[in-house]
Write a protein that binds this ligand. Structure first.
Ligand SMILES: Nc1nc2c(ncn2[C@@H]2O[C@H](COP(=O)(O)OP(=O)(O)OP(=O)(O)O)[C@@H](O)[C@H]2O)c(=O)[nH]1
Ligand SMILES: [Mg+2]
Ligand SMILES: [Zn+2]
Length: 375
């Protein structure tokens, strides 16, 4: 019994020290401390719980990271007060609608009550990187990052191997979210030359940056792309998203982990999206690696629209509702055969289209209402 007590005490000390050192896990560790504080909420805080939320508000902070109940924010500098990091409770009266209530990058309204701070409002988002939420989620659209200017699709030249399919999906998500995207091919030190597919993206007008955290190539160019902007790093696990952040600013000490020796895939090291502020007015949201990216509110018929190099050919297809997969007289397939459309992009189109048509990737926008299914 005595031994148990001692162990408990030791753990608490570690948590507090982590938080002060601002380690990656500090936020989640500190949640435990704050969960305990929850039971000790001030009288005023409990009294206001029944009042209405402010209808009109001016955001005064930016969301860095969050859990279900807690938000880690950076307050705006105002007057003499400098910007500062703060942990707040998320007001339970804030209503989660169809999409994520909070995402890193959100502009939020914080109110203080004695020693407690509360998130009491979330401003409409200027842009988002989103995907359909999982089948069992209460929300329909998961917002990965909010109010971003740039999506940096990070891929690896090797370990894990370069897979253009996810890049194509990010291009579509960027178009839907109204955000510019660039491609960062990291781990260039592991291969001679670059994957042939990179030229396809350059030809599509996408900026491509080839980097290595090991020999430092391309980092100046990446820094220049990020400078003065608000970006999100996204891509498969293990491609080096967090490592790039550490290389750009070693003081960040974001947690990273080697890829698995057996599968050469990442180990899903980053588990929650989080906003980082780097020197040179660079703000980046690091995100957990994903296997694939579902597409929000894209119908199969619309999918060709997101492959701009198809645009010219589609006019010449024999059928107006041609799916460009099996129809005779399809001008898109002809363009692929003639080399005017790259085979890998066409293959990507076919995969995107097939997944949008398949039962298990029904985008929420196309789900039939439950009542209809019951009839
Ligand atoms: N050779 C080489 N290895 C790299 C490079 N960048 C990152 N790595 C290694 O790749 C592994 C994975 O890096 P992470 O930064 O954890 O990858 P991540 O994309 O953040 O992965 P998740 O958080 O799981 O999504 C680490 O062992 C890094 O040291 C690079 O440019 N070259
Ligand atoms: Mg990571
Ligand atoms: Zn066609």
């Amino acid at each position: 019994m005595k031994k148990k007590k001692l162990e408990k005490k030791k753990r608490t000390t570690v948590r507090e020290r982590d938080w002060e050192a601002n380690h990656e896990q500090a936020f989640s560790h500190d949640l435990v401390r704050h969960r305990r504080a929850l039971s000790k909420l001030s009288e005023t805080a409990r009294a206001t719980a029944n009042a209405a939320l402010p209808a009109d508000f001016t955001p005064n902070a930016t969301l860095i990271s969050h859990s279900k109940k807690w938000a880690f924010v950076q307050t705006d500098a105002a007057g003499d007060a400098e910007a500062s990091d703060l942990i707040c409770l998320i007001d339970e009266r804030l209503h989660e609608g169809d999409e994520s209530l909070l995402a890193p990058g959100d502009r939020v309204f914080i109110e203080f009550e004695e020693d407690d701070a509360f998130v009491r409002g979330v401003a409409p988002r200027r842009t988002t990187l989103s995907r359909p939420a999982g089948e069992h989620d209460r929300i329909r659209r998961q917002v990965i990052a909010a109010n971003i200017d740039l999506i940096v699709v990070v891929a690896a030249a090797a370990q894990p191997p370069f897979r253009p399919g996810l890049v194509d999906r990010f291009l579509i998500a960027a178009e839907i979210g109204g955000v510019e995207s660039v491609l960062c091919l990291n781990k260039a030190d592991l291969t001679d030359g670059e994957p042939a597919e990179l030229q396809i993206y350059r030809d599509l007008g996408m900026r491509v940056c080839v980097t290595s955290c090991m020999d430092g190539r391309g980092l100046a160019e990446l820094r220049e792309m990020l400078s003065g902007r608000f970006s999100v790093f996204a891509g498969h696990s293990g491609v080096g998203k967090s490592s790039l952040l550490n290389t750009l600013d070693p003081a960040l000490r974001v947690h990273t982990q080697e890829v698995s020796n057996q599968t050469l895939r990442g180990r899903h090291t980053t588990t929650a999206s989080r906003l980082y502020e780097l020197a040179g007015n660079v703000r980046v949201i690091d995100t957990p690696g994903i296997r694939t990216l579902g597409l929000w509110r894209v119908t199969p018929a619309e999918s060709a629209y997101y492959f701009p190099e198809f645009a010219e050919a589609v006019w010449d297809c024999k059928y107006r509702n041609c799916t460009h997969t099996h129809e005779p007289g399809c001008a898109v397939k002809l363009a692929v055969a003639g080399g005017r459309i790259k085979e890998s992009r066409y293959a990507s189109y076919c995969r995107v289209r097939a997944s949008l048509e398949s039962e298990d990737n029904i985008t929420p926008g196309r789900v039939k209402p439950i009542e209809e299914k019951l009839l």
